[in-house]
Design a protein around this ligand. Sequence first.
Ligand SMILES: Cc1ncc(COP(=O)(O)O)c(C=O)c1O
Length: 464
Amino acid sequence: MPDTDLANPVSSGPNSAEARDVRYHLHGYTDARRHAEIGPMVIERGEGIYVYDNSGNRFIEAMSGLWSVAVGFNEPRLVDAAANQMRKLPYYHTFTHKSHGPVIDLAEKLISIAPGGMSKAFFTNSGSEANDTAIKLVWYRSNALGKPEKKKLISRQRAYHGVTLASASLTGLPNNHRSFDLPIAGVFHTGCPHFYKDGLPGETEEQFATRRAEELDALIQAEGPDTIAAFWAEPLMGAGGVVVPPATYWEKIQAVLAKYDILLVADEVITGFGRTGNMFGCETYGIKPDIILLSKQISSSYLPLSALLANDRVLDPIIEETGRIGTLGHGFTAGGHPVAAAVGLENIAIIEERDLVGNARKAGAHLQAGLRALADHPLVGEVRGVGLIAAIELVTDKAARVALEKSGQLGALANVQLHGNGVICRVIGDAVAFCPPLIITEEQIDDLLARVKAALDAVAAEVL
Ligand SMILES: Cc1ncc(COP(=O)(O)O)c(C=O)c1O
């Protein structure tokens, strides 16, 4: 995620929120030197699909925060769920055979709605922790099976799986590795399924998908099939630029994995809970995973919560190994936190009762059509997406598929104009990403589209 977010100038005095933020707060995904010059954008409150800054300016939060807030920014039922649980049991853990109502109910709920025969849930507090936990369990399982050499992991270029040591290694973005001495050994990145960027002249989507599957096969052969434990992927890539898998990609990739007895880990941290128009991205793309990772929309990010779901193929050897060792030597103090679990349960209940998955399909079709109607705009190279997640790839030369000289420069200009038009999006290189709350209406989408068009027109007037 590049540092292109906009901020207010530090102008309101030495004790302003902006000045104190600059003085005391080190931000992730931010150029700290630039931050000292321009300061933060301080968000004060939220309402539905909107957030307000501390000057009272209203923005359409077209990214749901960080792809997170399914039910909008002021859902009272989540506030009540948290307060009620706080009053009853504000904290308890799940180590050494302890449990509590909310975590049991949430585990049962997740297993009942997850695709592909998942059998148990393990709880963590962030997408990165869920990914790291999955890596550890995959390794633990290989040892349990007496295959200590089966430890290598394959993810993809432009993938995003988090920022902790191992999950950042799976992430396939240069800025998550640079100066951190990552990736760790044993992690490999195969090609990204980005047809618009990486498709060859004359190549069809299907041919491109075949090429990517053949590359994966070749990498597995080169490394030794018996040494590869798992393939890691988001059903649809989010932070890498909203990369929609090309036609036939997933069936071809899964055929390769099946040939070599390699586990498939689906990172549904963004795609879970309705984003693509089905409850899970795996359903949208016909993916049959062994492990599913969930976070973000699981609680609309009102509280930190994430989960790993696994099937018996994964769990049986792990459960046996805990018996041999006498424990599973892994777990987090706040894993399955009762307040977060209660909020997660209520959030999923709202998603189901209000059919927000159906809204992602219906309002999503409206968003996708509206963005595709911008295809003739001189700066729009490609529009891609499904359900309520989308991106516009900005170019200055449509035929050559290139933007301004410096990558990300055109995207940054668009960000300025979107901000000026009251829209918060995420700019990823020269792509503008959209991932609005699942409660968004078609009327609100029309308003968003009009603002996006105005922003693009202003950028076109600047650069063309
Ligand atoms: C697909 C995916 N996996 C993992 C993560 C990491 O989640 P967190 O930031 O909660 O550690 C993200 C965050 O954007 C994500 O998009």
